[in-house]
Write a protein that binds this ligand. Structure first.
Ligand code: FAD
Ligand code: SF4
Length: 509
């Protein structure tokens, strides 16, 4: 008998393993306790994974496959992963053990080690999900100093023949970023979200019974994550018909009234492989082909860049730099996360909104993650280990291969500039331009000093002053130091004083 092990983020029903049922194959799926406790997770993330796994196991069974599914409280789901696998292999009289290559370094090592102890044959298979191999990025940038996403993305476009004409990129340019990233315009109707309410209270009760520690909120009668293939396809369709037409333009916008705006919310479905990037990109291009009058290329290119560019690039960075990447701390940041990261209880309205969105929905869109929460974390010098744990726990789509380079690299610059050529920090000016948060804030976005001055302003200058040795010579940042130099000495001192005061009283912000 062959036992094939499927992890919770390997739910690819189109995998060649499942082409037809085989009488000598049993598929093993386990709601592993170790995966729920290596970091404390948001309750919705745990529920989303278990629900998606259960739906996937049902589809396999309906397709005639033999499935052994161990729920979290199953008496056979006891002990370490290795113990459970050993018992199941024996039980099924297995002479072959097969598994799909994990996307996380930790699990990859664990399964390799487990196989090395086995007396039966074992092999690992590709998940047939990604558009590039683990090592492709490393090969592509071999011998080069910079790892610019844009270069990798253009190569992907050419290699996959996506948005390409015989004479070059569709629309005459590779990137329409300069047409995107506008603040939200009230004249544009907000998309209605066809929220999928699901009652998963039974599942929640099982998680509680298993004594798993979690955080975050869930309205049990209204669970909103898509966890079956049918729901994913519906979510994709809704994005294409309701939101794609403004995706790029308002990609970076943030408003209190609508947390999602025109984003796809497909990351969880993609990351647990319920849906593939090929399907997402293919459907997007087909939909665009039929609706070119309503949707311009800037929206489509902007979206496709995220899926075939950023997503694959981030994965390549992970596999090139792990395991060392996980402990990089280029700026030597040491401060602990303030308590209000766990309840959103802060006077800073931008942080309050973005944290609450994350804690209520296990979701925040890219700019909320990068330019609000990540921006504050970097300006405040929070320890990247703690920042990583928070991001890895809070978002339903957070799996280490994608969370880590985004958080430690792009957002916290702890990798010293592998992912980003300069730190993503900004003062209130950016947040006030891209959102409506500042209007309802107790702080004043325009002030740098004084009790009501926005913390982002003094922390911004303090950040550059603190890390002068690392950034002064960076040609992309030189202008910041020129501006600082032109300020009066007294003003500079007052700004730095205010920043130090804020950092000492971070819990009260
Ligand atoms: P959309 O804006 O609709 O984008 C479409 C798709 O493109 C996403 O679903 C996602 O699959 C992909 N994508 C876009 N940007 C990125 C990126 N930078 N890296 C990888 N894929 C990308 N994404 C995760 O999937 N998991 C994470 O744990 C995660 N952590 C992040 C942490 C930080 C600090 C930052 C700045 C970004 C992080 N991202 C992460 C990337 C991005 O923010 C999310 O993919 C996105 O917000 C998910 O929402 P969406 O599906 O509506 O995305
Ligand atoms: Fe955030 Fe400052 Fe604006 Fe308040 S004033 S919302 S703290 S940027």
């Amino acid at each position: 008998m062959k036992v094939r092990f499927i992890l919770g983020d390997q739910l690819n029903i189109r995998h060649s393993w499942f082409t037809k049922p085989e009488s000598d194959v049993v598929y093993l799926m386990i709601e592993l306790k170790q995966e729920q406790v290596y970091v404390m997770h948001h309750i919705q993330k745990i529920m989303a994974f278990f629900s998606a796994m259960r739906n996937f196991a049902d589809s396999l069974t309906k397709g005639g496959h033999q499935v052994k599914y161990l729920k979290i409280n199953d008496p056979e789901n006891k002990g370490s992963l290795e113990d459970i696998l050993a018992v199941q292999l024996k039980k099924h009289k297995a002479n072959i053990f097969e598994y799909l290559l994990p996307d996380e370094y930790r699990l990859d090592e664990q399964l390799k080690k487990f196989c090395s102890t086995l007396k039966i044959k074992s092999s690992a298979y590709d998940t047939e999900h990604f558009l590039s191999k683990r090592e492709d990025l490393k090969k592509f940038f071999s011998g080069k100093k910079m790892r610019l996403m844009e270069n990798f993305y253009r190569d992907m476009r050419k290699r996959l023949n996506i948005l390409m004409e015989s004479d070059g990129p569709t629309g005459g340019q590779w990137n329409f970023d300069h047409e995107n990233r506008k603040p939200y315009d009230k004249k544009v109707p907000l998309p209605t979200i066809n929220i999928k309410h699901k009652n998963l209270s039974q599942l929640k009760a099982e998680i509680d019974q298993a004594n798993i520690r979690y955080f975050g909120n869930v309205e049990e009668q209204q669970f909103r994550w898509v966890t079956s293939r049918e729901e994913c396809l519906e979510e994709l369709k809704e994005f294409l018909t309701e939101r794609l037409m403004h995706f790029g333009t308002y990609e970076d916008a943030m408003i209190e009234e609508h947390t999602l705006l025109f984003h796809s919310k497909l990351s969880f479905a993609l990351n647990c492989k319920l849906i593939s990037p090929t399907e997402v990109v293919g459907s997007t291009l087909r939909y665009w082909e039929k609706n070119k009058e309503q949707i311009n290329i800037a929206q489509v290119e902007g979206f496709i860049r995220q899926v075939i560019g950023w997503r694959e690039y981030i994965r390549g960075i992970y596999w090139e730099y792990m395991p060392g990447y996980k402990s990089l701390n280029h700026l030597n940041c040491t401060r602990s996360l303030p308590r209000w990261f766990w309840d959103g209880n802060t006077k800073m309205n931008c942080m309050k909104n973005c944290l609450s969105n994350s804690l209520d929905n296990a979701y925040a869109h890219h700019i909320q993650r990068l330019m609000v929460i990540g921006n504050f974390s970097l300006l405040a010098g929070l320890h990247p280990d703690e920042v990583d744990d928070w991001y890895l726990g809070v978002y339903a789509d957070a799996i280490e291969w994608v969370q880590l380079p985004n958080t430690r690299g792009m957002s916290q610059y702890a990798d010293g500039g592998i992912v980003g050529t300069k730190p993503y920090v900004a003062s209130a000016n950016y947040i006030s331009k891209m959102s409506d948060y500042c209007k309802n804030c107790e702080y004043n976005a325009k002030e740098k000093i004084g009790e009501k001055a926005c913390p982002f302003n003094s922390l911004y200058w303090n950040f550059y002053e603190t890390h002068r040795d690392k950034f002064e010579k960076n040609p992309r940042i030189g202008m910041v130091y020129n501006l600082w130099k032109k300020m009066k000495a007294d003003d500079k001192l007052a700004i730095l004083d205010r920043a130090h005061y804020l950092l000492e009283n971070i819990e009260q912000l």
